[in-house]
Design a protein around this ligand. Structure first.
Ligand code: SAH
Length: 388
């Protein structure tokens, strides 16, 4: 059998330089190739005309640029677009484009207003092994990790679509808030983040690349020595007994340890940067005035801002969770603000096409055994939930 070719998509610059060094080539070859892949969106080595014919010939034998296939996008009336990205194993994950409110992405270049910000929400795993009680992705089960090419490929494809629609701004922000737990797919995710931030690739600033985690404490600590991207933590509860129910991973890594790891990560960031604490508001579960006060006290002294996400319902929900009323949400936010905690309310976008937070399911063939083996290997005990 022919040996598999190296996929150059998603390979960080330093590794690409070593790749060329091993071929006896100069490091600037990496720069040339990166420009072709990410700026010109070229996947055919033969089209890389500033590379000699003989090197192209050699390169084609050992390497390729393999991009995951994208479905036709589904567009919501509020401008959100959702794609399925197909994996090499024949599964599908979801990628969601969220243009700034009011910006148009209507497929007709002549009358579309370029968005000020184009945020892309990308997936890092096929399904998710963590099974948070309020998230649809966990209900699909878990099938494995995406490769760094499959992660970067989502941004590559979406930015190509934007260019084709005449939106010159491209992708301005990337959030690892799609399917999966990014820190349980550590190296591919960090490699991908590297490429997203590289000026020769997407050139997105570290403030605009956000990794979101349910709280894999040792990995948050490890992140500190590898990267300084923005970090978001899915907190959702100010007390362990409640968080144990919503985010079963909390049994392994309780809130105090999680906040310690956050402080550690914050030390590597500039004074002006904060961690985002995501808090999905579920009526009667975690949205009382007391919960808001507990949350404010918990976060006192930490460089953190709270992002409130009204719960988005999904068909597989067995808990009967509901979104609180706007008045209740406003009250929760006001308490936090009065306590001096910077708090934003995330507007719900894309829910009519199942593209809102917690609604992403893709096409995942669950392998429960795989999930258990995976969690065991990652040192995370299989979360089993007790009744609320
Ligand atoms: N596993 C990572 C990445 C997923 S991020 C993490 O947990 O951070 C997805 C965000 O949407 C998280 O903050 C998650 O808690 C939130 N979310 C999940 N399900 C939701 C739902 N049904 N309604 C609103 N927000 C939800």
């Amino acid at each position: 059998m022919a040996e598999a070719k190296t996929n150059l998509l998603g390979m960080p610059r330093a590794e690409l330089e070593s790749f060329f060094a091993a071929l006896g080539e100069a490091p600037y070859r990496a720069e040339q190739v990166m420009r072709w892949i990410y700026r010109a969106k070229v996947t055919d080595v033969d089209a890389m005309t500033n590379i000699s014919k003989s090197l192209r010939g050699h390169l084609k034998q050992i390497a390729e640029i393999r991009v995951p296939e994208f479905s036709v996008g589904t567009r919501s009336s509020d401008g959100v677009v959702k794609w399925l990205a197909f994996t090499e194993q024949g599964q599908a994950v979801e990628t969601v484009l969220i243009p700034d409110a009011g910006a148009a992405y209507d497929g007709a270049a002549e009358n579309s207003t370029p968005a000020r910000r184009n945020t892309l929400c990308i997936s890092s795993q096929v399904g998710c092994a963590l099974d948070c009680s309020f998230c649809a992705t966990g209900k699909q089960g878990f099938n494995g990790n995406l490769s760094r090419a499959e992660i970067v490929g989502q941004v590559w494809q979406a930015s190509r679509e934007l260019a084709a629609r005449g939106d010159a701004r491209g992708i301005t922000n990337v959030v690892f808030m799609g399917m999966g737990e990014p820190l349980l797919n550590f190296e591919p995710v960090l490699d991908a983040a590297d490429v997203l931030m590289d000026d020769l690739a997407f050139g997105i600033s570290k403030r605009r690349v956000t990794i979101s985690t349910a709280g894999v404490v040792p990995r948050i600590r490890a992140m500190a020595s590898h990267t300084d991207v923005s970090l978001a933590v899915s907190l959702h509860a100010p007390r362990d007994e409640l968080r144990n129910v919503l985010v079963p991973l909390n049994r392994k890594y309780p809130i105090a340890d999680l906040l310690d790891a956050c402080r550690h990560y914050l030390r590597g960031l500039g004074e002006r940067r904060a961690i985002t604490m995501e808090y999905t508001l579920i009526e009667g579960v975690n949205d009382s005035a007391g919960d808001a006060r507990d949350l404010a006290h918990l976060l006192a002294g930490l460089r953190a801002k709270v992002n409130l996400i009204p719960f988005n319902p999904f068909p597989e929900d067995r808990n009967g969770y509901r979104r609180p009323s706007p008045a209740r949400i406003a009250k929760f936010q006001t308490i936090l603000l009065n306590e001096g905690v910077a708090t934003m309310l995330r507007t719900t976008r894309g829910d009519e096409i199942g593209a809102a937070c917690g609604q992403l399911t893709g096409t995942v063939h669950d392998r429960t055994q795989r999930r258990m083996r995976y969690l065991a290997r990652e040192g995370v005990s299989a979360p089993t939930r007790t009744a609320p």
